[in-house]
Design a protein around this ligand. Structure first.
Ligand code: GDP
Length: 457
């Protein structure tokens, strides 16, 4: 493939269930039916970034590896509608639950599954001609995605070197959705141990998705399937220019170069538009300006925080479908003019723009109305620190009483790792604050009146 290949790695229950939503969409978009047969001629070979051709004529299979410590979630794929799409060697399962325990996933489960997982990944990698990177999907609040997932991240860096770009989608814990009390432990430990492995990590907050479903899409009691389908559309939009030819594409490496000014500051915000419920519209036909405007609303954000209380370091807009490129600049000028949209003073306030011709696929029975265009905005904004603050506070509340710590120490973690993890994430929050401070609020006096919103921590 001209663009080089990307291997997707889905780990743990959330990671694998998100795979269902993502691959359903990729298949729809590329005209691949459930048994892997291509029923429409691809316009060019860009689809080879995500799919490989098999020995059977007109058949493809995903460049993917799915991994879980216990079999039930992956068994649903093994017996489900797409059972013939995925090669059985790419579906890796153990026999035991990781018990929502980072330490168990990182130590015990990894001793059983790490080699098998890496062998599967290597087999897929060996069939690539110009492998460029990995897209990893996992939740950080459980045990498998967080613990085993972290071991896999470490090993990816060790085995494939820093030449590969590793991009992650991390499901962030949400107490109102998951009853597991130790999620802050798992999430912070996973973030601490894997911080240096990932080049770019997108946080997807289940609570934000839940709000989008309930408030915007008229789905009052969303299930994981509803949440995952939103993630699917976001990821599909994010990767469209990798999978299709386009007017201007943004490669993984460019994404990292543009978005990540310092290695640790690699947690961009992700926004998506249009979010219009199926019940409201037969078909969504927004102007490019409207689409761009909607994309920057807080209700279209995948993490709860307020970007207007922070500063932007960079922003990449990935458009797809029927886009009036001449309207983009004007729309962006409009957004920049709003006072709440502030860049740090060392950033040239540049927006990097990618446009792919292929519109989003419509998922029959889905919550989103069909549309002719979409936009994913990924931006590095200092206010994301709020998400980390929230987590550190919850972590500290548990850890002050040393609650449940023995479960982790019993599975091979050292107690010192807890304090280290907490310190590291506090430092991350400070790193963001420091970046925030590099653009004086009182710059030429113009921002002074809304400076108060930035100062609060
Ligand atoms: P693991 O298999 O041990 O990694 O555990 P999970 O993947 O179930 O991680 C637990 C976290 O993931 C909790 O915060 C859950 O709310 C969340 N979660 C579990 N399944 C899904 C899913 O299918 N989609 C989403 N968005 N979140 C999920």
């Amino acid at each position: 493939a001209g663009k080089g290949e990307i291997i997707q790695i889905h780990i743990g229950q959330a990671g694998v269930q998100i795979a269902n939503a993502c691959w359903e969409l990729y298949c729809l978009e590329h005209g691949v039916i459930a048994n892997g047969r291509l029923i429409q001629q691809p316009p060019d070979d860009s689809f080879l970034t995500f799919f490989e051709c098999t020995s059977q004529q007109s058949c493809v299979q995903p460049r993917v590896v799915m991994i879980d410590t216990e079999p039930t979630v992956i068994d649903e794929i093994r017996t489900g509608a797409y059972k013939n799409l995925f090669h059985p060697d790419t579906l890796i399962t153990g026999k035991d639950d990781s018990g929502s325990n980072f330490s168990r996933g990182y130590n015990l489960m990894a001793s059983e599954l790490l080699d098998r997982s890496m062998n599967a990944i290597r087999r897929v990698a060996d069939r690539c001609r110009g492998l460029r990177g990995f897209l990893v999907y996992r939740a950080i609040g459980g045990g498998s995605g967080s613990g085993l997932g972290t071991r896999i991240m470490e090993k990816l860096v060790e085995d494939f070197g820093k030449k590969m770009t590793i991009v992650e989608f991390l499901v962030y814990p949400s107490p109102s959705i998951s009853p597991v009390i130790v999620e802050p432990y798992n999430a912070l430990l996973a973030t601490h141990f894997s911080m240096d492995c990932a080049d770019v990590s997108f946080i997807v907050d289940n609570e934000a998705l839940y709000d989008i479903c309930a408030n915007t899409l008229n789905v009052p009691a969303p299930t994981y399937t509803n949440l995952n389908r939103i993630i699917g559309q976001v990821v599909a939009g994010f990767t469209a220019s990798q999978r299709f030819g386009g007017q201007s594409s943004v490669s993984f490496q460019e994404l990292q170069t543009n978005l990540v000014p310092y290695p640790r500051i690699h947690y961009p915000l992700i926004n998506y538009a249009p979010l219009v419920p199926h019940s409201h519209a037969q078909f969504v036909n927004m102007s490019t300006a409207q689409l761009t405007g909607q994309c920057f609303q807080m209700s279209n954000q995948m993490v709860r925080c307020n970007p207007s209380h922070g500063k932007y370091m960079a922003c990449v807009l990935l458009y797809r479908g029927d886009i009036a490129t001449n309207e983009i600049n004007l729309a962006l000028e409009n957004i920049k003019r709003t006072r709440s949209f502030r860049f740090v003073d060392w950033s040239p306030t540049g927006f990097k723009v990618g446009v792919s011709n292929m519109p989003p696929a419509y998922v029959p029975g889905g919550d989103l109305a069909p549309t002719n265009s979409a936009c994913v905005a990924v931006s590095n904004n200092t206010n994301i620190r709020i998400a980390w603050c929230r987590l550190v506070n919850k972590f500290d509340k548990l850890y002050q009483r040393r609650a449940f710590v023995y479960h982790y120490v019993g599975e091979g973690l050292e107690e010192g790792n807890f304090a280290e993890a907490s310190e590291n994430i506090c430092q991350l929050v400070h790193d963001y604050l420091e970046v925030d401070a590099t653009a004086p609020n009182s710059r030429r006096g113009t921002d002074a009146d809304d400076g108060g919103s930035t100062g609060s921590n």
